[in-house]
Design a protein around this ligand. Structure first.
Ligand code: C2E
Ligand code: MG
Ligand code: MG
Length: 648
């Protein structure tokens, strides 16, 4: 409650100063005036006062006005908050639509709506964690504000990683695109992400704004399937896709009731013996008029509309039926893996659903393998660890599907208790696989083994690929080379003709593999020998502690002793981890000596250094180091880099 005429600072000056500070703007002000000061009343109201009372004070009137004004301000504040997205401070989609509608109606200008998204945003969550994921959205929001903010534009944060921009129509968005993409890419190098722009130019102002938003999102969806183009303009043909999706949604239920969905089975082979050791169940939709539809098309739609839950349960049930049937026919069961959609993987009752099924068909849990795709691990690792742990406690075998397609960090993966890793087929099918000296596939297989998991490689199509996997000590393969997914009866016939050798107990199998190796070489001798070079004993001890369960270790306090050690071990040293600055002989001199030598020239060397010396990176290349590790050391990083350099 503010008087106007006062010494030192009067009411007008007070209002002026208050208005300049945005946080104070929402504090309501009631001006107190004398009975004949209508001019200053008007002026006060113009300056933003909310109400006025006239002297002399009347208690009831003052109370009522205070109550009104405070109530009003709170309502406005609530309204504003409901429109705002707390994470980014931008308005939400609903508020966006309302404001855009108003703007279009008021002005006769050509406008456009952009949608901006981070493709595969979950990679950021996966590689950097949830908090950084939120942070990324905030950064993106502020970047969008910088690029597109201004009087005539409206900015909003839609679902998850989607943003909307309403602005005057403009044909060249490349520069703005580049600037946003560069910023995000620089910050999140590990996640290798891509920004997409969808553009909808508003030609017909009578179309519902919310529909316009859907259209521009459609354009974005099309950007995803397109590796090169990142700015996609909406075009009418995109709508046909929606129409087909709608049609598929409409007929799904009836199709399920009419048994149009079939289980196909694809055998998995033990690479060492060439026998069938398991199979994967893959759904097929054979529609009387639409024909054979690929799961690649209908599964994403069913994941969107929720039908996938019904379909998956139907498939799992059928698989349990088959397992029970084979047990009777063959006297033993072949383990079959089923896919669990990303949508259902977090369900608390998942273990119970599976338990109930196997009980009804008299099947052991070890015969039912459960495939969970790597990207699901990245979306909510904590919840997943819970579910997977429970499933494992009940004896089910967990396979991580499409391993390597996401970008989970090694640390996260290590927390999840799975039994088998299925390596994504893009690795074996990559053209560079046989020539690339940085052998990614070998690295993944070794990492998997380091995590005590068995490895299946998917998508093996040629003899050459198979031989290559044999060399890398991959355990199992699945692919067209051996057999395509085939219908149930055909598969059953195959089992009868070819026979099979089920692997029930993964731990026993692993122990068996290990003992085979042990018998031939002796366990300790089998571990690679790593030479750790550092003048500080403590530094050597830290690295040793990290790696000694997987590797044998020898230590040296400087380059000179290290070199003598390499020579005396006569090629037994598999890799060197060396500090740079040491008395007698430093890391660079050691590196030069190794690279110059005929016998040990290819020995992998990892150089360690503290943050402050990070300028040394370029020097490392000159001297021919394979990798660089910064202090403080992290176990995962050391192991990962060791595996990597030793696979070169
Ligand atoms: P996925 O689980 O990774 O399945 C492997 C896919 O690779 C299958 O495709 C299989 O037919 C294909 N494949 C196997 N060997 C080869 C090969 O040598 N070369 C090539 N190019 N491809 C090979 P499909 O059956 O089209 O399934 C695609 C995806 O759809 C599956 O990938 C899985 O994610 C999903 N899916 C399939 N059936 C189901 C299901 O019953 N439920 C759920 N939720 N998802 C399913
Ligand atoms: Mg699968
Ligand atoms: Mg797969």
């Amino acid at each position: 409650m503010l008087d106007i005429v006062m010494p030192v600072m009067d009411g007008f000056e007070f209002m002026k100063r208050k208005n300049a500070i945005s946080e104070y703007q929402n504090i309501p002000v009631i001006v107190v005036t004398g009975s004949n000061e209508s001019e200053s009343e008007e002026k006060a109201l113009l300056m933003g006062a909310d109400d006025f009372v006239v002297l002399p004070y009347k208690k009831n009137i003052i109370l009522k006005r205070l109550e009104n004004i405070i109530g009003l301000k709170e309502t406005i504040a609530n309204l504003e908050n409901a429109e705002k997205d707390l994470l980014t401070g931008l308005i939400n989609r609903r508020a966006f639509c309302t404001r855009v509608k108003k703007k279009i109606d008021e002005n006769n200008i050509r406008y456009q709506i952009l949608a901006i998204e981070v493709e595969d945003f979950r990679r950021i969550n996966g590689a950097y964690g949830w908090e950084e994921g939120d942070n990324c959205l905030r950064i993106l929001a502020s970047c969008i504000r910088d690029e597109f903010g201004g009087q005539d534009s409206i900015l909003a944060h839609g679902d998850a990683d989607k943003f909307f921009v309403f602005r005057k129509k403009c044909d060249d968005l490349t520069e703005k695109y580049e600037s946003i993409q560069t910023l995000i890419l620089d910050r999140y190098k590990k996640a290798k992400i891509k920004i997409n722009f969808g553009v909808y130019n508003i030609d017909d102002i009578h179309i519902n704004v919310s529909d316009m938003c859907d259209y521009v999102l459609l354009a974005i969806d099309n950007a995803k399937s397109n590796k090169e183009t990142k700015i996609i303009y909406y075009d009418e043909s995109f709508r046909n896709k929606i129409i087909r999706e709608q049609m598929i949604t409409n007929i799904a239920d009836d199709s399920l009731n009419e048994n149009q969905f079939k289980v196909y089975l694809q055998p998995k082979y033990d690479i060492a013996t060439n026998t069938i050791m398991g199979a994967e169940a893959l759904v097929r939709w054979i529609h009387p008029t639409l024909g054979f539809m690929s799961p690649g098309e209908f599964i994403p739609i069913f994941e969107k509309n929720g039908f996938i839950t019904k379909l998956d349960i139907y498939i799992w049930e059928r698989v349990c039926y088959l397992l029970g049937r084979w047990k009777k026919i063959f006297g033993k069961c072949l383990p079959v893996s089923v896919n669990v959609s990303r949508i259902d993987v977090y369900r608390k009752d998942l273990p119970n659903i599976f338990l109930d099924m196997i009980e009804r068909y008299g099947v052991e849990p070890q015969s039912l393998h459960i495939e969970i795709t790597e990207t699901a691990y990245m979306e909510n690792a904590e919840r997943l660890v819970e579910t997977v742990t429970k499933l494992k406690e009940h004896g089910f075998v967990i396979e991580m599907d499409d391993f390597g397609s996401g970008y989970s960090s090694l640390a996260t993966l290590n927390e999840i208790p799975f039994d088998i890793i299925k390596i994504d087929m893009k690795f074996i099918q990559s053209n560079t696989i046989f020539t690339n000296s940085h052998n990614i596939l070998g690295t993944i297989i070794n990492l998997a083994k380091w995590m005590n998991a068995l490895v299946i490689c998917e998508g093996v199509e040629t003899e050459k690929q198979l031989e290559y996997l044999r060399k890398l000590n991959c355990n199992f393969v699945q692919g067209y080379y051996y057999c395509k997914p085939i219908p149930e009866d055909e598969f059953e016939q195959k089992l009868m003709n070819d026979g099979f050798n089920p692997i029930y107990d993964m731990d026993a199998y692993l122990a068996n593999v290990a003992s085979r190796v042990k018998a031939s070489e002796g366990e300790e001798a089998q571990k690679p020998l790593i030479l750790i070079v550092d003048d500080l004993e403590l530094n050597r001890a830290v690295i040793k502690e990290f790696i000694q369960d997987k590797y044998r270790v020898v230590e040296a306090p400087n380059g000179q002793v290290a070199w003598e050690c390499i020579v005396s071990q006569r090629g037994d040293v598999s890799a060197v981890i060396s500090d740079i600055y040491m008395p007698v002989m430093g890391g660079f001199d050691l590196l030069d000596k190794i690279r110059e030598s005929e016998e040990y020239g290819n020995l992998p060397v990892i150089i360690t250094s503290s943050q402050a010396e990070s300028d040394n990176r370029d020097l490392l290349k000159v001297h021919g180091a394979d990798e660089f590790i910064m202090k403080p050391y992290e176990r995962e990083e050391i192991i990962q880099k060791l595996v990597m350099v030793m696979n070169k």
